[in-house]
Design a protein around this ligand. Sequence first.
Ligand SMILES: C[S@@+](CC[C@H](N)C(=O)[O-])C[C@H]1O[C@@H](n2cnc3c(N)ncnc32)[C@H](O)[C@@H]1O
Length: 229
Amino acid sequence: MDETRHQYIPALRFGWLTRLYDPVIRWTMREDLFKPRLVEQVGMQPGHRVLDLGCGTATLTILLKQHQPQSTIVGLDGDPVVLARAREKAAEAGVDISFDEGMAYQLPYPDRSFDRVVASLLLHHLTLDNKRRALRETFRVLKPGGQLHIVDFGRPHTFLMACASLIVRWLEEAYEHVKGMVPGLIREAGFTHVEETGRYTTGFGTLVLTRSVKPERGAGGIERRNGTS
Ligand SMILES: C[S@@+](CC[C@H](N)C(=O)[O-])C[C@H]1O[C@@H](n2cnc3c(N)ncnc32)[C@H](O)[C@@H]1O
């Protein structure tokens, strides 16, 4: 078996919990609030190609397609079980979405092939090294001027959120998140205009929404990789 198949953390940490993912996220993470907000923020135009990285059961992927039916939406996830549920949900919703099995840190797409990349609750599943690789891969597959929209755990903004974040910090790869290091990692991959656009109190800690931009080509024909936020 391909060894990369094992290199992901399933949606709820343990594969046998995947079938409970949708209700758990709905009840604990204020999904009804932050996913529609993320969809608005993505700013899709007709003809855009959008990648939902770590799409899980495709709740967000479907919202994206419904919001802009004239876009092409691709959902990628490392877990074939969760992808089967994603395909079922897309069929039930009557939307046309492509789903690919693959690793966020080794994307099966050519350079500059997407206008937008979204990553909802994915990064805290990746080791620090794989977060860096996934962000570099995202930079590669975005067109110049394309945008990356991330929602994931961030530095807890209250004592209660610091306590709530202990579970994901213990079970998953959330250390850099609770230390507030994610914006720095995004910049390190070459993105500019990295800005926090929203913050949510949830059952597992503070969720932070960010928007980042892949720079247009510089005057010398070289993409500027170091910008300000
Ligand atoms: C917490 S779920 C988030 C799902 C969805 N984006 C959402 O917001 O509900 C994280 C997803 O990332 C996927 N994942 C984890 N590591 C991955 C990797 N290295 N490559 C691709 N997908 C990965 C998991 O299989 C899971 O479906």
